[in-house]
Design a protein around this ligand. Sequence first.
Ligand code: HEM
Length: 511
Amino acid sequence: YKNENYFKDKGIKHLKPKFILGNSANLFLRRKTILDFFRDAYFEFPNEKVMGMFEFRTPVYIVRDPELAKQVGVKEFDSFTDHRSVINKDADPVFGKSLISLKGDEWRDMRATLSPAFTGSKMRLMFELVSECAKQMVGFINTETKAKGIQTYEMKDFFSRMSNDVIATCAFGIQVNSLEHQSNEFYVNAKEMMNFTKPLRLIKFILFMVFPKFFEITKIRLIPESLSGYFKNAIFGAMNYREKHNVFRPDMINLLMEAKKGKLSHQAAEHHHDSAGFATVEESDVGKKEVKKTLSDDDILAQCFLFFLAGFETVSVAMSFITYELAINPEIQEKLYREILETNEELGSKSLNYDTIQKMKYMDMVISEHLRKWPPAIATDRHCNKDVIVTDNNGVEYKFNKGDTVMIPMIGFHFDPKYFSNPDKFDPERFNDENKHTITPGTYLPFGIGPRNCIGSRFALMEVKALLYYILLNFTIEPNEKTQIPLKLSKEPALKAEKGIHLQFRPRSKA
Ligand code: HEM
């Protein structure tokens, strides 16, 4: 009961905790979907700028005011630099040494080291690799349709395979075709590694957080070494081969090899401002700093693993919900198809490239609206590393103490009718030239906020746009009798449809 009065003593309104489970029962016992869980919490105290809840026994502040969220994420960044500890680096170096887990100066150095790998110019080079995967996908659907007629695919499974192939080629330098070769070793291992909702893995994850010392001593790893070893061999095998044979490929492995030698740096004329879309987040001065850090093998493995973790689930979730929205909103799909067709005609015999896709306005509106309504990251957190007072617009002060956990509830802002009218409606027009500038700053945060925002936002947007471009250029996305409309979400602790998202791709007539 120790923490039960934590918020009460500070005069902060909060959800009433239950013994041991705090307010996590509905999520932990799978009584609510993750979306409802966070949305309901956010709307519990509509007039409060800051409220509290308990994750099991840990008090967590929810900052439900965009101005205060900006103060936490940007202005007072020095007091809120890190995420709360999930896995300590001595208990599991693959997790603990990755960018998302690092803290303080170690994080600053790593962010600045990796940041040049995610700029527009690097994405331009990598675009070709993503395009190849997208064309492979089109070929696969065409072949299947010719052989067996129009097929129904479950979108999460379909796009997990696609995002797996994109990360495999971009981050690991390995080309696989997981749609055609369903049980290829890379995909099977990746899927097993990413399965965090499996009950046993979930329990192990919680034990790791509660008893890190035990795992440090026993050297039991969260991800079994048989799995991480597979990826380790893939990365270091590729690096050794390239080193020996002087091979260049425009991918993450190449960039990490440069970082390993301390040679990866921002190019003088590089602008971080060449937006990849409305949702893109900008790199801060922290990420743009020149740092001469050389990466160890463990560092490299940890970052590759994180790119996988961060890119696999988010992109497949994004693609499955976008295709669903387009299937049930045929007029939006048609408008997007028209823009794709026009772009394709303008390209003539040239292939689609990074700069052309960035110019597609309606594409950007559709993706931006999708990331509002179905944000793959529902909320983010910050750990308070020194006592700080944050002041709102009216001069009211909020004191946070060292050790506090603060949550920024993206999903709450995205569904608050104060900021987005009729929030349940999928309406790309919110992001047209006229309307997008009226969005209240700090309320649209699909890629997070401040210097700790998503380092991969350009990569993610490029990937999602390229996949969608090739699908719509070649097929109409259609619902059928297997599609659950309206879609219901699963109560697993992940953004997932209850019965999957089943859709079909109908080849467009070439006429
Ligand atoms: C639609 C896809 C994606 C979404 C919605 C998304 C969203 C996010 C969010 C909300 C955060 C936390 C930001 C914060 O706390 O302010 C984050 C962090 C991160 N993301 Fe993404 N992400 C996506 C795709 C990717 C991809 C493809 C990569 C890499 C290839 C990536 C790499 C990362 C990394 C490394 C971090 C940690 C950054 C740090 O701690 O410095 N993400 N992402």
